[in-house]
Design a binder for this molecule. Sequence first.
Ligand code: MRU
Length: 365
Amino acid sequence: MSHDGNKDNSLNLLFTVTWKDDSVVLIDQTKLPNKLAYVRCKDYKEVADAIKNLVVRGAPAIGITAALGLALAAMHSKAETLNQLLADLDAAMKLLQSTRPTAINLFWALKRVMQTAKEKKSIDEAKKAILDEALKMLKEDIEINKRIGRNGAKLFESGDVVMTHCNAGSLATAAYGTALGVIRAAREEGKHITVIATETRPVMQGSRLTAFELQHDGIDVSLIPDTAVGFTMSRGAIRRVIVGADRILRTGHVFNKIGTYQVAVMAKIHKIPFYVAAPFSTFDFESNPEDIVIEERSKEEVTMMGNKRIAPEGVRVFNPAFDVTPPELITGIITEKGILKPPFKKELTLMGINHGKINPTKSTG
Ligand code: MRU
């Protein structure tokens, strides 16, 4: 991987993933907030490594990156028949899918680009179709985020102090963001919003990424330790909470960064509206809560801080990367198609059926 980059100065937006000179160019999020550096992935294996190692993270961003990774696999394939190409793509898809298990956007994006290849009659057509579709997804992602932003901004008033957890911003998408996109859109409407970002231990997406991104865009942000969520809410300092999602089930269960559930419980106790902002590509109309694999990450994320040990050697560690927020804690789910209100199950099941994702004749639990 080598360094390069892209930035839209007119909008001052960070572009997390782009396609340049037959490579996938990513903001290296492992270097933030100290350095805004870019890496260039020249083949799908480098893309898979970048996703696995959190160079790129956030549900929509990893979906788009993986789709572009598949385009690289197509481009470099030596296949001479369409079937051989599809077999090469299948192998690449399996590697990309194995990088992270929880965010559905990864699987959704790979399935979507793979499908376009399968519909083609020649190798050249299939190779072109994959790249075209992946680039279309990248462009669509920004448009969808802006729509989510406009829909959600209606819920926010000037002067609101809004808590967010993890990073569901430009850095978690192609650009603009979902939860932070709502805050951007509110600001574009002339509303003054102050953001309280949680640190989001142990990977610190809140302090390293959300604080960096909002400062970069000139949005008022303060940082609190995760442990200060309840106290800050109890002081009456927070008007609303907004977070992103890695997967939303038809039951309204939201899988998101570890700690989201605690924030939602606290919000409920303090009667603070708790919103989730996510695109339709984050919905999983088929699975039940117990089917979803929650990624568990290395114990070093918990026991070490940089090179410094912060827990005794040999201690047992449980380090889940995501948790589940049940629907009863959620005030609304903001999507590009509008705001879903509880009870979510009925509305979402209907949407799943309309999308052909749920077979209404079969029991889905
Ligand atoms: O482990 P990460 O950093 O990929 O987790 C990211 C999150 O949990 C985000 O909140 C989620 O993907 C929504 S991003 C729009």
